[in-house]
Ligand binder design. Structure first.
Ligand code: ZN
Length: 398
């Protein structure tokens, strides 16, 4: 298997374990920070390592436009390009393309769109999205799907789901024929050695070198709008096509949060227990903890990084808008319960000043704290799941 989920503990529907990828192990359930343009905005890779980020997300649409897939492929893939030896997941580009409402045209073949940067015309299809993601070389890549808008009528949701299923088959056939073209296949460890890249800045950590036979993993995506029956059908038929992991897409598109939760819960029932389940594009710290408890293994969201750049910080006592004047004289730590490098060192007054003065450091420090908070939330959830098994073994040892 290109990736493999080892489930080591369960509690109710929740599971904790390890996702084994060609670029290392990822403790699950996991929150994946978003590095849209091969960068988590404002935070360098050594700091991401210090935060114990084990997997990052990159956006194919953005990288395809700038610097281009060819540029990254010729340098050896996204890992090497951005000097990140740990796991990476790329999306298919579909979500971004579908967000370009006035600049795109969908057909059976794919999506014609204009770049948001310069208006230049482009075309993405299932095959092209696979070609791009194989060229980028992430460990996990995503099928090219149509993200159904919300609200949408029943006929439209079904038609969209059927299109996504036809595209999923095309993605899989292209991927199976071309997966050996991944830039790091067979060569990465040798290349790294010959280039003398020591990666001395990386903390000591067992790093899995891609095995000779390692390939990327292509995940399927379940759609079906807000209809539990269509979600079930989409799950069953996507599983029939056969993927090493499954994502729940098409949520967080404007629907009420209770509905998101209901759809997630009902869709999870139809996904295989022994394979990774990825919920795309959610949520707040409370929500990611809830979804992990429902049995989701992987999540991503721009919220912690985007909110940080707007001075909105997540803390153990709720959200803090650091721009407020009330913090101007506040010498206390941002979050007394947080052991991140920002809370250990700087005061609310200083963070407020940096933000008010539009200092670059404000974005950096705010992002580091928010990412730490999200990652710590998932560490707590993992510990909670694993603690479910402790009493029994504890008794046995006594
Ligand atoms: Zn902190």
């Amino acid at each position: 298997m290109p990736v493999h989920l080892q489930i080591e503990a369960t509690r109710g529907s929740a599971r904790a374990g390890k996702l084994i990828t060609p670029h290392g192990e990822v403790e699950t359930p996991v929150f994946m920070p978003v590095g849209t343009l091969a960068s988590v905005k404002g935070v360098s890779q050594d700091v991401l390592e210090e935060l114990d980020v084990q997997i990052l997300l990159g956006n194919t649409y953005h990288l395809y436009l700038r610097p281009s897939v060819d540029t990254i492929r010729q340098i050896g893939g996204l890992h090497r390009f951005m000097s990140w030896d740990r796991a990476i997941l790329t999306d298919s580009g579909g979500f971004q393309v579908f967000s370009l409402n006035d600049l795109r045209k969908v057909s059976e073949e794919g999506v014609a769109f204009r770049s948001h940067l310069d208006g230049s015309p482009h075309f993405l299809s299932p095959e092209k999205a696979m070609e791009a993601q194989i060229g980028l070389g992430a460990d996990i890549i995503m099928a090219f799907d149509e993200c159904t808008e919300y609200p949408a009528d029943a006929q439209r949701v079904r038609a969209s789901m059927e299109l996504t299923l036809r595209w999923a088959e095309r993605c899989k056939s292209y991927f199976e024929e071309h997966k050996h073209e991944v830039p790091w296949a067979h060569t990465e460890s040798a290349e790294l050695r010959s280039a003398g890249r020591t990666r001395a800045s990386a903390p000591m950590r067992t790093r899995a070198t891609p095995a000779v036979e390692a390939t990327q993993a292509l995940f399927g995506i379940v759609q079906g709008g807000m209809d539990p029956e269509l979600r079930r059908e989409s799950a069953v038929r996507t599983i029939d096509i056969g993927f090493p992991g499954y994502a729940i897409g098409g949520l967080s598109v404007g629907e009420p949060r209770e509905l998101t939760r209901d759809i997630v819960e009902s869709t999870l029932e139809h996904l295989p227990c022994n394979q990774p389940r990825y919920l795309m594009g959610v949520g707040t710290p409370e929500e990611i903890a809830q979804y992990a408890q429902l049995g989701v293994d992987m999540m991503d969201c721009v919220l912690p990084t985007r909110a940080a750049r707007h001075g909105l910080l997540f803390t153990s006592e709720g959200k803090v808008s650091i721009k407020q004047a009330r913090y101007a004289q506040d010498d206390s730590a941002l979050d007394a319960g947080c052991d991140c490098r920002v809370c250990q060192r700087y005061s609310r007054a200083y963070l407020r000043h940096l933000y008010a003065a539009n200092e670059l450091l404000a974005q950096v420090l705010n992002t580091v704290h928010n990412l730490h908070y999200y990652l710590a939330t998932m560490r707590t959830v993992r510990a909670w799941i694993r603690a479910g098994h402790l009493p029994a073994s504890g008794v046995a040892r006594m």
